[in-house]
Structures are given as C-alpha cells and as structure tokens.
Design a protein around this ligand. Sequence first.
Ligand SMILES: *[C@@H]1O[C@H](CO)[C@@H](O)[C@H](O)[C@H]1NC(C)=O
Ligand SMILES: *[C@@H]1O[C@H](CO)[C@@H](O)[C@H](O)[C@H]1NC(C)=O
Ligand SMILES: *[C@@H]1O[C@H](CO)[C@@H](O)[C@H](O)[C@H]1NC(C)=O
Ligand SMILES: *[C@@H]1O[C@H](CO)[C@@H](O)[C@H](O)[C@H]1NC(C)=O
Ligand SMILES: *[C@@H]1O[C@H](CO)[C@@H](O)[C@H](O)[C@H]1NC(C)=O
Ligand SMILES: *[C@@H]1O[C@H](CO)[C@@H](O)[C@H](O)[C@H]1NC(C)=O
Length: 255
Amino acid sequence: MQTATLCILIKGLFSLSSGFSAEISVFVQTGASVQLDIQTQELPEFDDLSWKKNISENIVKYTSESKKEKRYSSYKDRMDFNNRTFSLTLKNMQKTDSGIYRAIAAAESDNNIVTYRVSVIDAVEAPVLTVNSNSSSPDPCNSTCNGSSNIIISFIYDSSSCSPEEVISSDNYILRLSCIGDSIMCNYSNQVSWKTDTKKVNELCTAKTEKHEEAPAFPPWVIFICLITLALAVIGFCIYKRKKGTEHPTTILFQ
Ligand SMILES: *[C@@H]1O[C@H](CO)[C@@H](O)[C@H](O)[C@H]1NC(C)=O
Ligand SMILES: *[C@@H]1O[C@H](CO)[C@@H](O)[C@H](O)[C@H]1NC(C)=O
Ligand SMILES: *[C@@H]1O[C@H](CO)[C@@H](O)[C@H](O)[C@H]1NC(C)=O
Ligand SMILES: *[C@@H]1O[C@H](CO)[C@@H](O)[C@H](O)[C@H]1NC(C)=O
Ligand SMILES: *[C@@H]1O[C@H](CO)[C@@H](O)[C@H](O)[C@H]1NC(C)=O
Ligand SMILES: *[C@@H]1O[C@H](CO)[C@@H](O)[C@H](O)[C@H]1NC(C)=O
C-alpha cells in the first residue's frame, strides 16, 4: 500500500522533470518500504546494471551475459530486485538509509540511468489541541494547537467565518486548524504522515454565534397586520367623521 503510493509519487515527479539525470526526491516513513524504478523503457546496451548508494556503495549488480545478480551485504536481507524491470525495493527503511541512490548501466563507460534522493523520516506525533474553557479569560474562543517540538498555532473560533489557519515549519511540517461544525480540528502533517486532534468548541463561543440566528421579537407578518389594522382604523375614523359633519368628534367617539 505504502509502496504503491510512493510509486505514484515517483511517477508524478518524474513526469514533471525532464530527462533521466534529474534527481527524484522521495520521502519514506521509518520502517516502510520504497520501490525505486529505472524510469525508462529503453535501456542502453550494458554489460551490467547496478544500484549503488552514495556513489561507491554497491547494493546489487545484475550481469546481462550470465543473467545473474549479486546482492551485496548492506541490504542483502531486506531488498527485492526485479530482474525484468530492474526496479529495486528496499524494506524496513531506517533514517540511516537516507542518501542518494543511483542505477548505473555499465558498458564501455558508466551510464547513470536514474538518481533518487531518499529521505527517511518518522511519522508525526499526534498534535495536542487545547480549547480555552475559561469563560473569564479575555478571549474564550481562542484555541491553541501544539504540534510537538517545533510549531504552535492559535485560532479564534468564529462559526460565521471559519477560515482555516496554517503554519508551515522550515522542515515542511504543516499544522492546520479548521472548523467542522461546532468542533475544531487540528491536522499535523509531514511528507509521510498526518494525525489530527478534534475538540468541541467552548459552549460560550457557539452560544454567541447562535444569538444571530434567533427570530426577531416581531416577525414581519405581525408588523404587516398591525399596519393594515392601523390604516383601516384611520380610514374608518375619517369616513365616520365626515358623515357626522360638524358634530364634535370626541363625543361621537365615546358614545
Ligand atoms: C529472475 O528472478 C526470478 C525470481 O527471483 C527467478 O526465478 C529467475 O530465474 C530470474 N531470471 C533470470 C533470468 O535470472
Ligand atoms: C550518504 O549520503 C547522505 C547524504 O548525501 C549522508 O547523509 C549519509 O551519511 C551518507 N551515507 C553513507 C553511508 O555514506
Ligand atoms: C481565567 O482567566 C482569568 C483572566 O485571564 C484569570 O484571572 C483566571 O485565573 C482564569 N481562571 C482559570 C481557572 O484559569
Ligand atoms: C490565543 O492564546 C494564546 C495562548 O494563550 C496566545 O499566545 C495567542 O496570541 C492567542 N491568540 C489570539 C489570536 O489572541
Ligand atoms: C508543546 O508540546 C511539547 C511536547 O510535545 C512540549 O514540550 C511543549 O512545552 C508544548 N508547548 C506548549 C506551549 O504547550
Ligand atoms: C490532514 O492533512 C493532510 C495533508 O495535508 C491531508 O492529506 C489529510 O487529508 C488531512 N486530514 C484530514 C482529516 O483533513
């Protein structure tokens, strides 16, 4: 599963880069596998093809004449080499496995087929989201999310305009705060993983925003009926007054 995702990533990156010599950057979660492909259908004629780490360290060498492969000690027990596609799969990757990996086809001279920069990093730790529950603090709707060691982000909850906030650290760890209904979610991620913490918003903050949605004291239809009644009363009174001619209006009114 993880390998499959990485392959898609690798292909995606490759289609962006031009030529075979470009370095392809790959991030691998500690303990996971990574598949390194040669990224070409048309290999030049070669006597042997090898995968090397950091220029000089041999991982595997395939000889075309004998069709035999030789696995060297460093990855002997945690690698797969495909003798048709020449792709190399390294398993149970550790941070010390980070480095430059190359496929080299050797004939008269060496031909660099592909170069990978592999970085092995840990999955993120779960972030810690703190929702302010102190109603007498200056801002009860302020929440804070702590993404382990390096980043902290704070956020004022406002359901009417809940735009996500995010902070990106120099090593590309992302901390993002957003609202889901009356909850706040903090999403902490790096190139290989993400974890979230979700908490319900302080009641005070949702109560505050609900007030806006309350029905007004006099709905429009009540006001409309009042106006109609008043208009009818005025018209009726005027007609009555005219009919009675010169008679004193107040005495008529209270008869
Ligand atoms: C390729 O690898 C498969 C599986 O490891 C093996 O059975 C086969 O003999 C190999 N083919 C050649 C030509 O080396
Ligand atoms: C391989 O290269 C990487 C980065 O270029 C370096 O961090 C690592 O220590 C090197 N490993 C070995 C075994 O030389
Ligand atoms: C709540 O906030 C107020 C004002 O900042 C502070 O004086 C008070 O000690 C806080 N109460 C608690 C329980 O943290
Ligand atoms: C929210 O609270 C944190 C810590 O209590 C503070 O550092 C931050 O500035 C506050 N954020 C806002 C927008 O007031
Ligand atoms: C954030 O979390 C780290 C541990 O994950 C802790 O050492 C640090 O003190 C926390 N920072 C704050 C402001 O709570
Ligand atoms: C958390 O962030 C990562 C990286 O941006 C994203 O792939 C993932 O879908 C997010 N998770 C949630 C629950 O939103």
